[in-house]
Design a protein around this ligand. Structure first.
Ligand SMILES: [Zn+2]
Length: 310
């Protein structure tokens, strides 16, 4: 059987975990650190999908990396919508209680449309390629967003985090909360939305992030390095191989590849350790026979297997 390895990088500004004031100007220094990661992917023939947000689409180093890679066919550029820092700006009424950064789903539909249109065009004009993959900021997706993505010719979304609910994470406005993915599994499926009285199947394939439920604990483990979980990731790889998983979807933030760019990797030494782990992990993934693929190409394969598309 053919098995695929999909790398998704949420390509966004520096250490956004530390940013709570929405007016803070976001820095994009981490773009300069992405070449090293791209080189590692190419060493193993893997095709990274950089799900890029507004501020990173404006970072020179990212523009260069993306354009070069698109020309060579060594990477994919997708969209990552951070609704709170992506034009057009629209003030939301803020909750008086505990709040987090706004979810895209909190905005009125015409604003959602404009924000997605703006980011899509910006990415297409910057990287000179069609943009067909999307991941929602803060793992947020709803039926309105799916419908808008379909109108913009998106082919694939990868916002789903199987077994994980963001329902206890508030957004900006009163009563807002994150998406609940707790009843989803590690299988691709077609996203739907209501059209009148019927539920319409969209043209968009959801390809969930790989997240494995730990037996007996009820917690889910992502295929995502932390600097100290190499053995666990190798164990998950082994498990997925035995279970005949058709794909593994890895995720990391671009800012996690820069020292001090995230709370997980503060020091240069931690980044070196991350790269040591990644080198071993990628080498093993290759050994297990997983091939690299951009997420939109994987969606095309999925559609073809279902006897549709292409
Ligand atoms: Zn993000």
């Amino acid at each position: 059987m053919e098995r695929y390895f999909i790398i998704t990088i949420d390509t966004e500004g520096d250490d956004l975990w530390a940013v709570s004031n929405l007016r803070t100007e976001v820095q994009t220094k981490n773009a300069e650190y992405l070449y090293r990661f791209q080189e590692l992917c190419e060493k193993y023939g893997f095709v990274s999908t950089y799900l890029t947000n507004y501020e990173m689409a404006n970072a020179d180093a990212m523009k260069e990396l993306g354009r070069e890679g698109i020309k060579k066919g060594t990477l994919e550029i997708g969209a990552h919508e951070h609704a709170w820092n992506s034009p057009p700006y629209f003030p939301l009424l803020k909750s008086s209680g505990k709040r987090g950064k706004p979810y895209l789903g909190e905005y009125p539909q015409p604003v959602i449309r404009k924000k997605l249109e703006y980011l899509t065009r910006l990415l297409e004009d910057t990287f000179l390629c069609p943009i067909t993959s999307h991941r929602g900021g803060r793992w947020c997706l709803n039926e309105i967003i799916v419908k808008e993505l379909e109108l913009l010719d998106y082919q694939v979304d990868c916002t789903c985090t199987p077994g994980i609910s963001w329902g206890s994470h508030p957004g900006w406005s009163a009563g807002s909360r994150g998406s609940d993915w707790s009843n989803y599994g590690n299988q691709p499926f077609r996203l739907t939305y209501p059209q009148g009285k019927i539920i319409k199947e969209s043209g968009i394939v959801e390809i969930p992030v790989t997240s494995v439920r730990k037996m007996g604990r009820g917690t889910s483990k992502w295929f995502r390095p932390t600097g100290s979980n190499l053995m666990e990731l190798l164990g998950i790889l082994d498990y997925l191989y035995i279970e005949k998983a058709a794909y593994i979807e890895f995720m990391l933030h671009s800012s996690e590849l820069m020292p001090g760019g995230s709370p997980t990797f503060r020091l240069k030494g931690q980044i070196e350790k991350l790269y040591e782990d990644l080198d071993i992990l990628f080498c093993e993934i290759r050994q297990y026979g997983f091939q690299g693929i951009g997420i939109s190409d994987y969606a095309k394969r999925y559609n073809k297997e279902r006897g549709e598309g292409l």
